[in-house]
Design a protein around this ligand. Structure first.
Ligand code: Z5A
Length: 222
């Protein structure tokens, strides 16, 4: 039986990494084999592209070129990690995926949305997420949380953008949630972590019925 594919999306500091990890723990406790991963990155080739993209080295090439690099990283990630895991029956929980390209490069970065959809069709094909959590907090609060978590280390290529950019991202994710209500679950992530995590878990139980998945006790980590 094919594994399930769950993605976490949203602006910066909304709690995606926190809740991807918490969901991984809950699924494993249920006896389900889980592969936690992230984008950009998640496979050796894609991690090299992550470095290029988040360091800002590709920024002078322009938004179109950055969108192509995100897609190339995703292609490697899908081919070498996500699809093989799903085929083995492992559930994949991914911190960001193709929706981030639609919103960061498309909505906020002004890359042509038809071009982004065309790349998505070629690269992602049928490997679409079964369920996507869109975590929502006001842009200012997300930036504050991300700042706090970063401590002394500097902001990356996207974290360094102005508040208006992060507000456009938030609007983009809210519109996406409204347009694809069957796949995208909008989560108010201003509540305490435990409450958010409980809400996510209830939705996973309802939508994906992990109790019906075969129990597999072999451990897998990132
Ligand atoms: N990007 C793109 O442009 N196009 C693409 O196609 C893809 C990505 C795939 C990846 O950066 C960047 O790449 C990203 C988009 C772009 N740019 N930005 N900005 P990343 O992976 O390094 O960072 P991120 O994805 O933005 O995530 P993040 O900023 O690291 O935050 P997060 O994962 O959403 O949040 P967190 O680390 O789980 O939590 C942040 C802090 O808040 C932490 O201290 C938590 O303990 C705290 N937290 C979490 N939940 C709560 C609640 N409920 N209450 C209070 N505090 C909380």
């Amino acid at each position: 039986m094919r594994g399930r594919f769950i993605t976490f999306e949203g602006g910066e500091g909304t709690g995606k990494s926190t809740h991807a990890a918490m969901l991984g723990v809950r699924l494993r406790a249920f006896g389900i084999r889980v592969q936690l991963t992230r984008e950009p990155g998640g496979s050796p080739g894609a991690e090299i592209m992550r470095y290029i993209l988040l360091s800002g080295a590709a920024r002078p090439l322009g938004g179109d070129a950055e969108a192509v690099l995100f897609a190339a990283a995703r292609d490697d990630h899908l081919t070498t990690l996500i699809r093989p895991a799903l085929e083995r029956g492992t559930w994949v929980v991914c911190d960001r995926f193709a929706d981030s390209t639609r919103i960061y490069q498309g909505v906020a970065g002004n890359v042509d949305s038809m071009a982004i959809r065309a790349m998505e069709r070629i690269i992602v094909g049928d490997t679409k997420p079964d369920l996507t959590f869109i975590l929502d907090v006001p842009a200012k609060e997300g930036m504050r949380r991300a700042d706090q978590r970063r401590g002394e280390s500097g902001a990356d290529r996207f974290e360094g953008e102005a508040l208006a950019f992060h507000e456009r991202l938030r609007d983009g994710f809210l519109t996406l949630a409204a347009n694809e209500p069957n796949r995208c679950m909008l989560i108010d992530a201003t509540s305490p972590k435990e409450k958010v995590s409980e809400q996510i878990w209830r939705l996973v139980l309802k939508k994906l019925e992990p109790a019906t998945a075969p129990i597999q006790f072999e451990e897998e980590t990132v």
